[in-house]
Design a protein around this ligand. Structure first.
Ligand code: SF4
Length: 284
């Protein structure tokens, strides 16, 4: 059994920096992270062990210091926190800030704001909450339901597959041929690199393992991308979820991981895959 690691995989700098900031701030004072810092159970358990609280309901926050995650938040939400007397620590990824600025500039220029992303995802809530009118789409049927506008200002959630985003922008133009479409590509570079590496992995492998939290949007998207050319894809949260009967000695097994998956977890899964491979190849 051969194991191939994706050329780009695992934790991105945005999540890594947010995690380092949370650990540093949490060691100085009581700290609450608003929402999940990363959609990964191993990371969340580790933060909880170090005494950092995580709370998605603002009314239940008990500490003065509150951290915004790498996914970012709206100006409205940050102002509300300050008015409630909280000291706000922003761990927003710079590439999420890029998406916020791009949408703000488009809206200021008079284009109707539209986000390609998952409705209800924390990053998309942060991107859209400051606008009285902002459309969110993720499929052609969502576009079919939009009201016509003379011009659209379009950005994407940073973790959307670039191919889907391009296709939806094209469809938007087809659906509203006389409208002007102003698109800013805000899919982040780490996501693009992981998606491209996943494409290449899928073309070389008979089975692919994707490591990441069940709640992680980019991990799910990686698995979906791979499934298009390699139907045998398993998304797991850790090495214990690997089952030996998935594999055969002749398999070429691909390994990739979402942007919130820590390196130790990828190494542990790789180690367990090697053990399974050796066992399958050992003479009976
Ligand atoms: S996925 Fe991209 S935008 Fe999100 S934290 Fe990582 S680098 Fe930043």
């Amino acid at each position: 059994m051969k194991i191939i690691r994706a050329a780009a995989l695992g934790m991105c700098f945005g999540v890594r920096d947010a995690l380092a900031l949370a650990r540093a701030e949490g060691s100085n004072r009581p700290l609450t992270i608003l929402g999940q810092l990363a959609h990964n159970p191993a990371i969340l358990a580790d933060l909880e062990r170090s005494g950092i609280q995580m709370e998605s309901d603002l009314a239940r926050v008990q500490t003065t210091a509150v951290m915004i995650t790498a996914h970012g938040a709206s100006n409205r939400r940050i102002t509300q926190l300050r008015q409630l007397g909280h000291h706000v620590i922003e761990a927003t990824c710079p590439l999420v800030h890029v998406a916020h600025r791009a949408l703000a500039l488009l809206a200021e220029a008079g284009h109707h704001p539209l986000v390609i992303g998952q409705r209800g995802h924390v990053e998309v809530i942060g991107l859209t909450e400051d606008y009285s009118q902002c459309d969110i789409i993720l499929s052609e049927s969502d576009i079919d339901q939009l009201s016509p506008r003379p011009s659209w200002g379009v950005v994407a959630q940073t973790t959307q597959p670039a191919r889907r985003v391009r296709a939806l922008v094209q469809y938007l133009q087809q659906r509203f041929p006389s409208a002007s479409i102003h698109f800013r590509d805000t899919v982040c570079q780490p996501t693009k690199l992981r998606q491209e590496a996943a494409d290449s992995l899928a073309s070389q492998c008979s089975i692919v393992i994707v490591v990441g939290g069940r709640q992680s949007n980019n991990t799910r998207e990686l698995a979906e991308t791979i499934r298009k050319s390699c139907p045998k894809v398993y998304q797991i949260e850790g090495p214990d979820q690997l089952l030996e009967h998935w594999f055969s000695p002749l398999d070429t097994v691909g390994l990739t991981a979402g942007t919130s998956t820590p390196d130790e977890l990828v190494l542990a899964v790789e180690g367990r895959l090697t053990v399974i491979g050796n066992r399958l190849l050992a003479p009976a």
